[in-house]
Design a protein around this ligand. Structure first.
Ligand SMILES: [Zn+2]
Length: 261
């Protein structure tokens, strides 16, 4: 695109300059500024001698317009191009305003595309860097494991921490249920893309609702002591293959995802 525009600009330049050429091309295109300046007094003199007042007016009109003292560069250049002969011209290159505007739009579009690529790359990097799985409570005490307990079976693990400590989604998922749950007081169920469901119980306050997508590490609730609980803690379960599936030991399930309890 750039090369094409450049080529068009040169073509237009030649078209604009060539018809006005009355002297040899070498003089027109290669003349240094010094002879250019030197010629002007001779031109003025010749005009004065030949045409008197009328010619004088013409010279006064054309010479200053092409000089470095002109107040408008555009007028000076136009005047130079309009001069029939006797004034040696250096090449002028130009494109139309429409072409320039098109070029500006192309640059803006190119920058917008670049910004979009950079934003996408940054988002991909952030996505790659964030954890795929987390411990549902930070700094908790492991107070009870999965297995037989007090003549019954404990289908999860207990993580004790101060009241209203944030509880996190263990992995990305969608909230299936959130609300009252017998024995748990309150509970949240999250379905993950591998089909497993994680269950969180006893919280003091639930911060998500069914249908909500949550990321691993996102706060879903504040730890509590509701239901059949002997102190503030999170009861955490994993239902393999879906809600109502086999309740497996969460410790190896977390360990398989790089999370140590
Ligand atoms: Zn428990």
């Amino acid at each position: 695109m750039d090369a094409k525009l450049g080529q068009e600009a040169r073509t237009e330049l030649l078209g604009a300059v060539a018809p006005r050429t009355t002297r040899s091309a070498t003089r027109r295109t290669r003349t240094a500024p010094a002879p250019h300046v030197r010629r002007r007094p001779a031109l003025l003199l010749g005009a004065l001698l030949a045409g008197g007042v009328a010619a004088s007016a013409l010279s006064l009109q054309s010479a200053p317009a092409a000089s470095a003292d002109a107040t408008s560069v555009l007028e000076a250049q136009d005047a130079l191009l309009a001069t029939d002969e006797g004034v040696e011209m250096l090449p002028q290159a130009s494109i139309t305003v429409a072409e320039a505007e098109l070029r500006l739009k192309e640059v803006a579009a190119s920058r917008a595309a670049r910004d979009e690529r950079e934003a996408a790359a940054a988002a991909a990097a952030a996505e790659a860097a964030r954890p795929k799985a987390v411990l549902p409570v930070d700094g908790a005490r492991f107070t009870s494991g999965y297995g037989s307990r007090w003549g019954t079976f404990h289908y999860g693990i207990d993580l004790a921490a101060p009241m209203r400590t944030p509880e996190y989604a263990a992995m990305d998922g969608v909230v299936l249920r959130a609300g009252s749950a017998s024995g748990f007081g309150l509970a949240v169920y999250i379905l993950h893309d591998n089909g497993d469901v994680t269950v969180y119980g006893h919280m003091d306050k639930i911060l998500v609702e069914p249908g909500q997508f949550v990321e691993a590490g996102e706060t879903i609730a504040l730890l509590g002591n509701r239901g059949q609980s002997t102190g503030p803690h999170l009861h955490f379960e994993v239902h393999q293959g879906g809600l109502g599936g086999k309740k497996i030991n969460p410790v190896p399930w977390l360990a398989a995802r790089g999370v140590e309890v």
